[in-house]
Design a protein around this ligand. Structure first.
Ligand code: HSE
Length: 348
């Protein structure tokens, strides 16, 4: 089955996804019968393209890799869509699936939420790695997708391409999830690890996390726990089927944790981790983000660096812990592909 895809936003994640499509096209077709034709790309900084016959992915990656604009893709007369804003592009393009990959604004969830609504309203499936709309509007967007009989999938919003939602909906089917608890922010885990293992102080470790590209544009979102909060709200509303808002959950970041505290905990056989957790009891969800001193026997205590991990407490299986990357170009691009393959399986 051939899928027509449009990318709204073509930064790190968009280019990571295009790169996978380019490299794995043959394998995806042979193994799964999945064929992708990218018909439109719209990016605020990099320009827009509408090519109903299909965009040459290698050419786009080459241009963007050289820091050029999509305006250089083809001569002016041959180029369509350059003047369309993202909302017009979503409406006018002939895509079946919109990959919404614009930047995350955790406070307003815009403009991404407007893009997703437009796509769903015009009968297109949506996949996104954007945490804003998933954290602030998941129940509404899920219901709109249901009404329009299309998919709204968000695998890349939590733990990038490490499967969380696809695992819960398939592998854990039939279980009741009692609690989900884990490390959902790579930047803070990296800082805590560096303070303990490499004798770095908080500022040095944060600067390194920024340099390595783990941190959000405004790292307050990481160190004050807002990013982990958005992710635990998403897990509460998707996996525990709740309807909570970020303001319903308690939040504390790692700015109160000094290197001395980290080293003292180590002496006692403990490790500080920024833990996000959510549980459902009697229909009520309780979610929180806070630094916790875990015994080294806890599987979450062994998760170091920018890695993420989640422990699911399930009625039939007991505790299951997964660990994997929580950010990155190829890793999040992989999440976008996973969601598209899930749509493909459903439609095939
Ligand atoms: N800033 C985030 C982190 C990126 O450090 O985990 C992935 O959401």
């Amino acid at each position: 089955m051939k899928h027509k895809i449009a990318l709204i936003g073509c930064g790190t994640v968009g280019q990571g996804f295009l790169d996978i499509l380019d490299k794995k096209a043959g394998e995806l077709k042979n193994k799964f019968g999945f064929e992708a034709k990218v018909v439109a790309i719209s990016d605020k900084l990099k320009g827009s393209l509408l090519v109903p016959k299909g965009i040459d992915i290698k050419k786009v990656l080459g241009l963007l890799g050289q820091g050029k604009n999509l305006a250089d893709y083809a001569p002016e007369k041959a180029r369509q869509g350059a003047a369309l804003d993202p909302l017009e592009m979503i409406e006018r393009c002939d895509a079946d699936i919109i990959a919404e990959l614009t930047y995350t604004d955790i406070k307003t969830a815009e403009p991404a939420t407007s893009y997703i609504k437009k796509a769903l309203q015009t009968g297109k499936h949506v996949v996104t790695s954007n945490k804003g709309p998933a954290a602030l509007h998941y129940p509404e967007l899920r219901d709109l997708a249901k009404k329009k009989k299309v998919h709204f999938r968000i695998e890349g919003t939590v733990m990038s391409g490490t499967p969380v939602f696809t695992l819960a909906e398939s592998g854990f089917a039939g279980n009741t999830v009692k609690e989900v608890k884990g490390i959902l922010n790579g930047t803070t885990n990296f800082i805590l690890s560096k303070m303990e293992l490499d004798d770095m102080d908080y500022r040095e470790a944060l600067a390194l996390a920024q340099k390595l590209g783990y941190a959000e544009a405004d790292p307050t979102a990481d160190v004050e726990g807002f990013d982990a909060l958005a992710k635990i709200v998403i897990l509460s509303n998707v996996i525990l089927e709740g309807n909570i808002r970020p303001s319903d959950a308690k939040r504390e970041g790692i700015t109160g944790i000094s290197r001395d505290m980290v080293l003292a905990a180590k002496q006692e056989g403990f490790r500080y981790k920024l833990i996000a957790q959510t549980k459902k009891e009697g229909g009520k969800i309780t979610a929180a983000v806070s630094p916790q001193k875990l015994p080294l026997s806890d599987p979450l205590a062994g998760v170091m660096g920018a890695q993420n991990a989640l422990t699911f407490d399930l009625d039939l299986l007991g505790k299951v812990t997964i660990q994997g990357p929580g950010a990155g170009k190829t890793e999040t691009g992989h999440a976008i592909l996973q969601d598209m393959l899930a749509i493909h399986r459903d439609l095939s």
